[in-house]
Design a protein around this ligand. Structure first.
Ligand SMILES: [Zn+2]
Length: 282
């Protein structure tokens, strides 16, 4: 039985502010905490009956998890030149997905810790078929295409509430409660990890009771960027239409194709934040 774990960093036990996740001395501590939460999920998955676990590092530059400290039964997808963003490597061979260390969408809840949607520097909101979504729901729609369910989500209280809106059945672990976007009341990581391990085991054992999150038919995305510069440059992609000064829209035939197109828009949007060619002068 194969379990896929997509790991982000903002919802990891012990994280309270985004300054801890940037490339300074604090960051090295938080990489270890991220790896430890993932290990708790891996341990629970195997205890519940998994025979293979693949972990996908999905935060920032996508090479945060310390491979030398990762449970040796798991394999790791690391590095960012990939077409499926936080879900690289997912396919129909998996029996279930965990989303570990996730966070609420930008502006969805005033206490969602480090709330943002995929690319905080350029994206204000993403709507799928008209509904504002966070990363957990977006990614659940992607794995739903393969008829695979999301079994477990871990993060702060606001994320748990967000997940309940679209799937009350998914197992959740609340490892912190937001005070503000950049402050939180934290469970001690050892206690949080014990809950993650236990819920991961339960989730794998009870996987038959959780239905995949399936988006039927064509999927329409709307992306609100923070700037007009980002919105403009995404219209270089065929099918991407500008529907407002900072908003673009496109429709793709299924949730996986749409997700790739969304990721292309975000890559271009991130590049356009300071001008797509940066300081190229040739
Ligand atoms: Zn992240």
């Amino acid at each position: 039985m194969k379990i896929y774990i997509s790991a982000d960093m903002e919802g990891i036990s012990g994280v309270a502010t985004n300054m801890q996740l940037k490339k300074d001395s604090e960051y090295q501590r938080f990489r270890r905490l991220m790896t430890a939460d993932v290990n708790a999920a891996v341990e629970g998955a195997f205890a519940g009956g998994a025979t293979e676990v693949v972990v996908c590092d999905g935060h920032g530059n996508m090479s945060n998890i310390l491979i030398e400290e990762l449970d040796s039964r798991a394999e790791l997808i690391s590095g960012n030149n990939r077409i499926m963003c936080q879900m690289e490597g997912i396919d129909g061979s998996f029996d279930g997905v965990f989303l570990v260390g996730y966070h609420g969408r930008e502006g969805g809840n005033e206490r969602a810790v480090i709330n943002h949607t995929l690319a905080g520097g350029c994206v204000a909101e993403i709507r799928v078929n008209g509904r504002a979504v966070g990363e957990a729901e977006l990614n659940a729609g992607v794995v739903g295409f393969y008829n695979v369910p999301v079994l477990l989500v871990t993060g702060d209280e606001a994320l748990v509430e967000e997940v309940r809106e679209w799937s009350p059945d998914i197992h959740t672990v609340q490892v912190k409660r937001g005070v503000d976007r950049l402050a939180a009341r934290l469970l001690p990581p050892v206690k949080a990890r014990e809950q993650i391990r236990r819920k991961a085991e339960e989730a794998v054992r009870g996987r038959g009771r959780i239905r995949p999150h399936i988006l039927e038919g064509a999927v329409t995305y709307e992306i609100d960027f923070h700037g007009t510069n980002q919105a403009l440059m995404t219209t270089t992609i065929p099918g991407v239409e500008r529907v407002g000064p900072k908003t673009v829209r496109f429709t793709a035939e299924d949730s996986v194709t749409a997700y790739k197109e969304m990721w292309a828009c975000l890559i271009i949007g991130m590049a356009a934040t300071r001008g797509v060619l940066g300081d190229v002068n040739a």
